[in-house]
Design a protein around this ligand. Structure first.
Ligand code: NAD
Ligand code: GLY
Length: 370
Protein backbone atom coordinates (compact mmCIF):
# COMPACT_ATOMS: atom_id res chain seq x y z
CA UNK A 1 0.00 0.00 0.00
CA UNK A 2 1.26 3.49 -0.89
CA UNK A 3 0.68 6.24 1.64
CA UNK A 4 0.73 9.92 0.64
CA UNK A 5 1.67 12.70 3.04
CA UNK A 6 1.30 16.28 1.81
CA UNK A 7 3.82 18.99 2.72
CA UNK A 8 1.66 22.12 2.79
CA UNK A 9 3.85 24.90 1.48
CA UNK A 10 1.49 26.85 -0.77
CA UNK A 11 2.77 27.12 -4.33
CA UNK A 12 5.77 24.96 -3.34
CA UNK A 13 3.64 22.20 -1.80
CA UNK A 14 4.57 18.62 -2.62
CA UNK A 15 3.81 15.05 -1.65
CA UNK A 16 5.84 12.38 0.08
CA UNK A 17 4.89 8.90 -1.08
CA UNK A 18 5.77 5.98 1.20
CA UNK A 19 5.53 2.30 0.37
CA UNK A 20 7.17 -0.73 -1.20
CA UNK A 21 8.19 -0.83 -4.85
CA UNK A 22 8.08 2.92 -5.51
CA UNK A 23 11.35 2.94 -7.45
CA UNK A 24 9.67 0.87 -10.16
CA UNK A 25 6.94 3.51 -10.42
CA UNK A 26 9.27 6.51 -10.62
CA UNK A 27 8.95 7.09 -14.36
CA UNK A 28 5.16 7.22 -14.28
CA UNK A 29 5.15 9.35 -11.10
CA UNK A 30 7.53 12.02 -12.35
CA UNK A 31 6.52 12.17 -16.02
CA UNK A 32 3.88 14.85 -15.29
CA UNK A 33 6.57 17.05 -13.67
CA UNK A 34 8.69 17.17 -16.82
CA UNK A 35 8.56 19.55 -19.78
CA UNK A 36 10.69 17.58 -22.21
CA UNK A 37 11.32 14.25 -20.52
CA UNK A 38 14.96 14.71 -19.44
CA UNK A 39 16.49 13.91 -16.07
CA UNK A 40 19.87 13.51 -14.43
CA UNK A 41 20.03 10.86 -11.71
CA UNK A 42 22.62 11.65 -9.01
CA UNK A 43 23.68 8.72 -6.81
CA UNK A 44 26.70 7.61 -4.87
CA UNK A 45 28.62 4.68 -6.31
CA UNK A 46 27.18 2.16 -3.81
CA UNK A 47 23.55 3.12 -4.36
CA UNK A 48 23.98 3.49 -8.13
CA UNK A 49 25.24 -0.09 -8.23
CA UNK A 50 22.42 -1.45 -6.02
CA UNK A 51 19.38 0.48 -7.25
CA UNK A 52 20.39 2.65 -10.23
CA UNK A 53 19.42 0.22 -13.00
CA UNK A 54 15.92 -0.38 -11.63
CA UNK A 55 15.29 3.34 -11.34
CA UNK A 56 16.54 4.07 -14.85
CA UNK A 57 14.53 1.17 -16.30
CA UNK A 58 11.40 2.66 -14.76
CA UNK A 59 12.23 6.08 -16.24
CA UNK A 60 12.91 4.58 -19.64
CA UNK A 61 9.62 2.64 -19.63
CA UNK A 62 7.79 5.94 -19.07
CA UNK A 63 9.69 7.56 -21.95
CA UNK A 64 11.92 9.62 -19.67
CA UNK A 65 15.55 10.01 -20.70
CA UNK A 66 18.07 9.78 -17.84
CA UNK A 67 21.80 10.28 -17.46
CA UNK A 68 23.52 8.91 -14.38
CA UNK A 69 26.04 10.99 -12.43
CA UNK A 70 27.85 9.18 -9.63
CA UNK A 71 29.78 10.62 -6.70
CA UNK A 72 31.95 8.78 -4.18
CA UNK A 73 30.00 7.46 -1.17
CA UNK A 74 30.51 9.26 2.14
CA UNK A 75 30.27 12.61 3.89
CA UNK A 76 33.43 13.91 2.15
CA UNK A 77 31.34 14.30 -1.03
CA UNK A 78 29.41 17.20 0.53
CA UNK A 79 32.22 19.52 -0.59
CA UNK A 80 32.80 22.50 -2.88
CA UNK A 81 34.88 20.20 -5.10
CA UNK A 82 32.04 17.70 -5.63
CA UNK A 83 29.54 20.54 -6.04
CA UNK A 84 31.71 22.04 -8.79
CA UNK A 85 32.17 18.67 -10.49
CA UNK A 86 28.44 17.90 -10.31
CA UNK A 87 27.48 21.36 -11.65
CA UNK A 88 29.91 20.90 -14.50
CA UNK A 89 28.46 17.45 -15.31
CA UNK A 90 24.96 18.95 -15.39
CA UNK A 91 26.11 21.74 -17.71
CA UNK A 92 27.85 19.23 -19.96
CA UNK A 93 24.59 17.29 -20.22
CA UNK A 94 22.84 20.51 -21.21
CA UNK A 95 20.14 20.18 -18.55
CA UNK A 96 17.63 23.06 -18.69
CA UNK A 97 15.23 24.60 -16.20
CA UNK A 98 12.38 22.44 -17.47
CA UNK A 99 14.38 19.29 -16.72
CA UNK A 100 14.79 17.53 -13.40
CA UNK A 101 17.49 16.26 -11.07
CA UNK A 102 16.74 13.02 -9.22
CA UNK A 103 18.66 12.52 -5.98
CA UNK A 104 18.85 8.76 -5.40
CA UNK A 105 20.57 8.01 -2.09
CA UNK A 106 21.11 8.92 1.52
CA UNK A 107 21.38 12.34 3.09
CA UNK A 108 24.76 13.02 1.48
CA UNK A 109 23.42 12.71 -2.07
CA UNK A 110 20.15 14.46 -1.18
CA UNK A 111 21.96 17.43 0.40
CA UNK A 112 24.55 17.77 -2.40
CA UNK A 113 22.22 17.19 -5.36
CA UNK A 114 19.54 19.37 -3.72
CA UNK A 115 22.01 22.23 -3.30
CA UNK A 116 23.20 21.82 -6.90
CA UNK A 117 19.53 21.98 -7.97
CA UNK A 118 19.05 25.15 -5.92
CA UNK A 119 21.84 27.01 -7.72
CA UNK A 120 21.98 25.37 -11.17
CA UNK A 121 20.80 27.99 -13.67
CA UNK A 122 19.37 29.85 -10.63
CA UNK A 123 17.26 26.88 -9.64
CA UNK A 124 15.98 23.68 -11.23
CA UNK A 125 13.43 21.17 -9.92
CA UNK A 126 14.52 18.06 -8.12
CA UNK A 127 12.99 14.88 -6.76
CA UNK A 128 14.23 13.00 -3.71
CA UNK A 129 14.38 9.20 -3.69
CA UNK A 130 15.84 8.59 -0.23
CA UNK A 131 17.52 5.21 0.25
CA UNK A 132 18.59 5.35 3.91
CA UNK A 133 16.19 5.36 6.86
CA UNK A 134 17.69 8.69 7.94
CA UNK A 135 17.05 10.24 4.55
CA UNK A 136 13.49 8.86 4.39
CA UNK A 137 12.40 10.16 7.78
CA UNK A 138 14.40 13.37 7.87
CA UNK A 139 16.74 14.78 5.22
CA UNK A 140 14.62 14.23 2.09
CA UNK A 141 11.70 16.24 3.48
CA UNK A 142 11.83 19.94 4.26
CA UNK A 143 14.15 21.43 1.67
CA UNK A 144 17.35 21.89 3.65
CA UNK A 145 20.27 21.39 1.26
CA UNK A 146 23.94 22.00 2.00
CA UNK A 147 27.60 21.14 1.73
CA UNK A 148 30.31 21.14 4.41
CA UNK A 149 33.48 23.22 4.61
CA UNK A 150 36.60 22.64 6.69
CA UNK A 151 35.05 25.13 9.16
CA UNK A 152 32.01 22.97 9.79
CA UNK A 153 29.10 20.91 8.56
CA UNK A 154 26.20 22.21 6.44
CA UNK A 155 27.51 25.78 6.63
CA UNK A 156 26.94 26.57 2.94
CA UNK A 157 23.50 25.76 1.60
CA UNK A 158 20.02 26.83 0.64
CA UNK A 159 16.38 26.06 1.31
CA UNK A 160 15.14 24.37 -1.87
CA UNK A 161 12.08 22.16 -1.65
CA UNK A 162 11.84 19.01 -3.79
CA UNK A 163 8.87 18.59 -6.17
CA UNK A 164 8.24 15.05 -4.92
CA UNK A 165 9.69 12.55 -2.45
CA UNK A 166 9.45 8.81 -3.11
CA UNK A 167 10.31 6.79 0.00
CA UNK A 168 10.54 3.20 -1.24
CA UNK A 169 10.58 0.96 1.84
CA UNK A 170 12.02 -1.98 -0.16
CA UNK A 171 15.34 -0.22 -0.79
CA UNK A 172 16.04 -0.35 2.95
CA UNK A 173 16.53 -4.13 2.61
CA UNK A 174 20.06 -3.54 1.28
CA UNK A 175 20.97 -0.97 3.95
CA UNK A 176 23.64 -2.17 6.44
CA UNK A 177 22.29 -2.72 9.98
CA UNK A 178 24.47 0.04 11.40
CA UNK A 179 23.00 2.61 8.97
CA UNK A 180 19.53 1.35 9.82
CA UNK A 181 20.20 1.89 13.53
CA UNK A 182 21.66 5.35 12.91
CA UNK A 183 18.50 6.33 11.02
CA UNK A 184 16.36 4.89 13.81
CA UNK A 185 17.81 7.53 16.15
CA UNK A 186 16.02 10.18 14.05
CA UNK A 187 12.80 8.13 14.20
CA UNK A 188 12.73 7.84 17.99
CA UNK A 189 13.74 11.51 18.20
CA UNK A 190 10.26 12.43 16.85
CA UNK A 191 8.64 10.56 19.73
CA UNK A 192 10.92 12.18 22.29
CA UNK A 193 10.39 15.69 20.97
CA UNK A 194 6.67 15.78 20.36
CA UNK A 195 4.70 12.53 20.42
CA UNK A 196 4.73 10.53 23.63
CA UNK A 197 2.38 7.86 22.21
CA UNK A 198 4.80 7.29 19.30
CA UNK A 199 7.69 7.00 21.76
CA UNK A 200 5.72 4.37 23.73
CA UNK A 201 4.96 2.51 20.51
CA UNK A 202 8.67 2.52 19.61
CA UNK A 203 9.62 1.25 23.09
CA UNK A 204 7.75 -1.91 22.13
CA UNK A 205 8.16 -2.03 18.36
CA UNK A 206 11.63 -0.49 17.82
CA UNK A 207 13.35 -3.86 17.29
CA UNK A 208 10.70 -4.82 14.68
CA UNK A 209 11.36 -1.56 12.84
CA UNK A 210 15.08 -2.37 12.81
CA UNK A 211 14.33 -5.88 11.53
CA UNK A 212 12.47 -4.10 8.71
CA UNK A 213 9.19 -5.90 9.45
CA UNK A 214 6.96 -4.31 6.78
CA UNK A 215 4.05 -3.11 8.95
CA UNK A 216 6.23 -1.73 11.73
CA UNK A 217 8.58 -0.08 9.26
CA UNK A 218 5.75 1.52 7.30
CA UNK A 219 4.16 2.90 10.46
CA UNK A 220 7.43 4.28 11.86
CA UNK A 221 8.49 5.93 8.59
CA UNK A 222 4.98 7.28 8.00
CA UNK A 223 4.55 8.76 11.47
CA UNK A 224 8.03 10.34 11.34
CA UNK A 225 7.38 11.95 7.94
CA UNK A 226 3.94 13.10 9.08
CA UNK A 227 5.54 14.95 11.99
CA UNK A 228 8.31 16.40 9.86
CA UNK A 229 5.85 17.56 7.17
CA UNK A 230 3.62 19.23 9.75
CA UNK A 231 6.52 21.06 11.39
CA UNK A 232 8.05 22.16 8.06
CA UNK A 233 4.69 23.44 6.81
CA UNK A 234 4.37 25.54 9.97
CA UNK A 235 7.97 26.83 10.10
CA UNK A 236 9.83 26.25 6.83
CA UNK A 237 12.73 28.61 7.62
CA UNK A 238 13.28 27.45 11.22
CA UNK A 239 12.30 30.63 13.01
CA UNK A 240 10.51 28.66 15.72
CA UNK A 241 9.16 25.13 16.06
CA UNK A 242 11.39 23.54 13.39
CA UNK A 243 14.36 24.00 15.74
CA UNK A 244 12.86 21.22 17.90
CA UNK A 245 13.91 18.76 15.16
CA UNK A 246 17.45 19.46 16.35
CA UNK A 247 16.85 17.64 19.65
CA UNK A 248 20.12 15.85 20.43
CA UNK A 249 21.94 17.57 17.56
CA UNK A 250 23.92 20.23 19.45
CA UNK A 251 25.29 17.70 21.96
CA UNK A 252 25.81 15.22 19.09
CA UNK A 253 27.46 17.71 16.74
CA UNK A 254 30.06 18.57 19.37
CA UNK A 255 31.11 14.92 19.47
CA UNK A 256 31.06 14.57 15.69
CA UNK A 257 33.33 17.62 15.48
CA UNK A 258 35.75 15.98 17.94
CA UNK A 259 35.67 12.45 16.47
CA UNK A 260 35.45 13.53 12.80
CA UNK A 261 32.35 13.34 10.59
CA UNK A 262 32.01 9.94 8.97
CA UNK A 263 32.60 6.28 9.68
CA UNK A 264 33.91 6.36 13.27
CA UNK A 265 30.72 7.97 14.53
CA UNK A 266 27.61 8.02 12.36
CA UNK A 267 25.44 11.14 12.57
CA UNK A 268 22.51 9.16 13.95
CA UNK A 269 24.68 7.59 16.66
CA UNK A 270 25.77 11.07 17.75
CA UNK A 271 22.12 12.20 17.74
CA UNK A 272 21.12 9.22 19.92
CA UNK A 273 23.70 10.06 22.56
CA UNK A 274 22.80 13.74 22.16
CA UNK A 275 19.12 13.03 22.90
CA UNK A 276 20.07 11.04 26.00
CA UNK A 277 22.28 13.92 27.16
CA UNK A 278 19.62 16.54 26.43
CA UNK A 279 17.20 14.62 28.66
CA UNK A 280 19.76 14.07 31.43
CA UNK A 281 20.79 17.73 31.35
CA UNK A 282 17.11 18.69 31.54
CA UNK A 283 16.82 16.47 34.62
CA UNK A 284 19.98 18.00 36.16
CA UNK A 285 18.44 21.46 35.63
CA UNK A 286 15.24 20.39 37.40
CA UNK A 287 13.19 20.70 34.21
CA UNK A 288 12.27 17.08 33.53
CA UNK A 289 11.40 13.99 35.62
CA UNK A 290 14.36 11.60 36.03
CA UNK A 291 12.28 8.60 34.96
CA UNK A 292 11.81 10.10 31.47
CA UNK A 293 15.59 10.30 30.95
CA UNK A 294 15.87 6.68 32.14
CA UNK A 295 13.25 5.61 29.60
CA UNK A 296 15.23 7.34 26.85
CA UNK A 297 18.39 5.47 27.93
CA UNK A 298 16.60 2.12 27.99
CA UNK A 299 14.89 2.66 24.60
CA UNK A 300 18.23 3.53 22.96
CA UNK A 301 20.12 0.68 24.65
CA UNK A 302 17.45 -1.79 23.50
CA UNK A 303 18.21 -0.97 19.87
CA UNK A 304 21.99 -0.88 20.28
CA UNK A 305 22.34 2.90 20.07
CA UNK A 306 24.78 4.74 22.36
CA UNK A 307 23.37 6.60 25.36
CA UNK A 308 26.58 7.16 27.37
CA UNK A 309 29.70 9.18 26.57
CA UNK A 310 32.04 6.23 27.20
CA UNK A 311 30.33 4.37 24.31
CA UNK A 312 31.70 6.94 21.84
CA UNK A 313 35.11 6.16 20.28
CA UNK A 314 37.96 8.64 20.69
CA UNK A 315 37.34 9.75 24.29
CA UNK A 316 37.91 11.05 26.87
CA UNK A 317 36.50 14.36 25.68
CA UNK A 318 37.27 17.74 27.23
CA UNK A 319 34.14 19.52 28.50
CA UNK A 320 35.41 22.95 27.39
CA UNK A 321 36.07 21.78 23.85
CA UNK A 322 32.60 20.25 23.62
CA UNK A 323 31.06 23.53 24.82
CA UNK A 324 33.17 25.44 22.32
CA UNK A 325 31.78 23.29 19.48
CA UNK A 326 28.26 23.77 20.84
CA UNK A 327 28.75 27.53 20.63
CA UNK A 328 29.50 27.24 16.91
CA UNK A 329 26.18 25.53 16.24
CA UNK A 330 23.96 27.32 13.69
CA UNK A 331 21.35 27.81 16.45
CA UNK A 332 23.79 29.81 18.62
CA UNK A 333 22.77 33.47 18.77
CA UNK A 334 25.08 36.37 19.63
CA UNK A 335 27.66 34.11 21.25
CA UNK A 336 25.14 32.46 23.61
CA UNK A 337 24.22 28.79 23.66
CA UNK A 338 20.86 27.52 22.45
CA UNK A 339 19.87 23.95 23.29
CA UNK A 340 16.79 21.84 22.70
CA UNK A 341 15.80 20.53 26.13
CA UNK A 342 12.71 18.74 27.43
CA UNK A 343 10.06 19.10 30.12
CA UNK A 344 9.34 15.41 29.62
CA UNK A 345 8.91 12.77 26.93
CA UNK A 346 7.18 14.37 23.94
CA UNK A 347 7.70 17.87 25.37
CA UNK A 348 10.86 19.40 23.89
CA UNK A 349 11.43 23.14 23.95
CA UNK A 350 14.10 25.63 22.87
CA UNK A 351 16.27 26.90 25.71
CA UNK A 352 18.08 30.13 24.78
CA UNK A 353 21.08 31.72 26.51
CA UNK A 354 21.97 28.51 28.35
CA UNK A 355 24.51 29.15 31.14
CA UNK A 356 27.72 27.29 30.15
CA UNK A 357 28.83 26.67 33.76
CA UNK A 358 26.08 24.17 34.74
CA UNK A 359 26.50 22.62 31.29
CA UNK A 360 30.22 22.17 31.94
CA UNK A 361 29.51 20.55 35.34
CA UNK A 362 26.97 18.28 33.65
CA UNK A 363 29.43 17.19 30.94
CA UNK A 364 32.06 16.42 33.60
CA UNK A 365 29.47 14.35 35.49
CA UNK A 366 28.95 12.48 32.20
CA UNK A 367 32.66 11.57 32.04
CA UNK A 368 34.14 14.52 30.09
CA UNK A 369 37.42 15.85 31.47
CA UNK A 370 37.39 19.23 33.23
P1 NAD B 1 24.83 8.66 3.51
O1 NAD B 1 24.10 9.36 2.47
O2 NAD B 1 26.31 8.81 3.56
O3 NAD B 1 24.48 7.11 3.45
C1 NAD B 1 25.10 6.21 4.34
C2 NAD B 1 25.76 5.05 3.62
O4 NAD B 1 24.75 4.14 3.21
C3 NAD B 1 26.53 5.42 2.37
O5 NAD B 1 27.72 4.68 2.36
C4 NAD B 1 25.63 4.98 1.24
O6 NAD B 1 26.35 4.61 0.09
C5 NAD B 1 24.92 3.81 1.83
N1 NAD B 1 23.58 3.54 1.32
C6 NAD B 1 22.60 4.43 1.11
N2 NAD B 1 21.47 3.81 0.77
C7 NAD B 1 21.74 2.49 0.76
C8 NAD B 1 20.97 1.33 0.51
N3 NAD B 1 19.65 1.39 0.25
N4 NAD B 1 21.59 0.14 0.57
C9 NAD B 1 22.92 0.04 0.88
N5 NAD B 1 23.69 1.10 1.16
C10 NAD B 1 23.09 2.31 1.10
O7 NAD B 1 24.33 9.05 4.98
P2 NAD B 1 22.90 9.36 5.62
O8 NAD B 1 23.01 8.88 7.01
O9 NAD B 1 21.78 8.91 4.77
O10 NAD B 1 22.87 10.96 5.61
C11 NAD B 1 23.74 11.72 6.39
C12 NAD B 1 23.76 13.12 5.83
O11 NAD B 1 22.46 13.68 5.89
C13 NAD B 1 24.67 14.06 6.61
O12 NAD B 1 25.49 14.77 5.71
C14 NAD B 1 23.69 15.01 7.29
O13 NAD B 1 24.22 16.32 7.44
C15 NAD B 1 22.56 15.02 6.32
N6 NAD B 1 21.26 15.38 6.89
C16 NAD B 1 20.54 16.35 6.26
C17 NAD B 1 19.31 16.71 6.76
C18 NAD B 1 18.48 17.73 6.02
O14 NAD B 1 17.44 18.14 6.55
N7 NAD B 1 18.87 18.12 4.84
C19 NAD B 1 18.79 16.10 7.91
C20 NAD B 1 19.55 15.11 8.52
C21 NAD B 1 20.79 14.75 8.00
N1 GLY C 1 16.89 17.90 10.10
C1 GLY C 1 16.38 19.07 10.71
C2 GLY C 1 15.50 19.87 9.83
O1 GLY C 1 15.19 19.48 8.73
O2 GLY C 1 15.11 20.92 10.21
Amino acid sequence: MIRTIPVGLGDRAYEVLIGPGLIDQTGARIRPLLKRGRTAVVADETVAHLHGDRLRASLSTAGVHSDLITIPAGEASKSFEQLAALSDDLLALGLDRGDLIIALGGGVVGDLAGFAAAIYKRGIDFVQIPTTLLAQVDSSVGGKTAIDTPRGKNLIGAFHQPRLVLADLDVLSTLPDREMRAGYAEVIKYGMLGDFAFFEWLEVNGPAVLRREPEALAYAVGRSIEMKAEIVAEDERETGRRALLNLGHTFGHALEAEVGFGEALRHGEAVALGCAQAFRFSVAEGLCPGQDAQRVDRALARTGLPARLDQIPGGPFAADRLIQHMGQDKKAEGGTLTLILAHGLGQAFTAKAVNPEPLRRFLVSEGATS
